[in-house]
Design a protein. Structure first.
Length: 131
């Protein structure tokens, strides 16, 4: 998934307000899960607003706070999807080779990548690198 598209979020925001009972078709795909989370959350917020549980000022504050967290969530989801695609490539390479880590140098290296532990001094994911 690309970084979160502002136009899509604006459209989902309007749909969540006007038609919370209908999930838009374009966000039903697996790779659009972040947009579904956004849509469902906005539906809940607007329902609380309509029922009087939230006033307009609190609605605005919650939406702003949520957007900060949601952008970070979108970033992590993109990073995870990218990693999943890389593992699929590694799986295809292992399958093509039809050997195992004990008898094939290449398979051993791929298996080592899959089982690599994260170290304490490993750098954080840089948002700019994922754009």
């Amino acid at each position: 998934m690309k970084m979160l598209e502002k136009s899509t979020l604006e459209r989902l925001d309007k749909l969540a307000y006007n038609r919370p009972d209908v999930v838009p078709d374009e966000i039903t795909r697996t790779d659009r899960a972040a947009y579904r989370v956004y849509f469902r959350f906005m539906c809940c917020l607007y329902l609380m607003y309509r029922n009087g549980s939230l006033d307009s000022e609190n609605l605005r504050k919650i939406k702003e706070a949520f957007m900060k967290d949601f952008e970070l969530y979108g970033l992590f989801q993109s990073a995870a999807a990218q990693g999943a695609r890389e593992f699929q490539k590694l799986n295809a390479a292992l399958f093509e080779c039809r050997k195992n880590g004990g008898s094939c140098e290449c398979c051993h290296k791929i298996a080592a990548i899959r089982g690599a532990a994260v170290t304490a001094d490993e750098p954080d994911i840089d948002a700019e690198e994922l754009k």
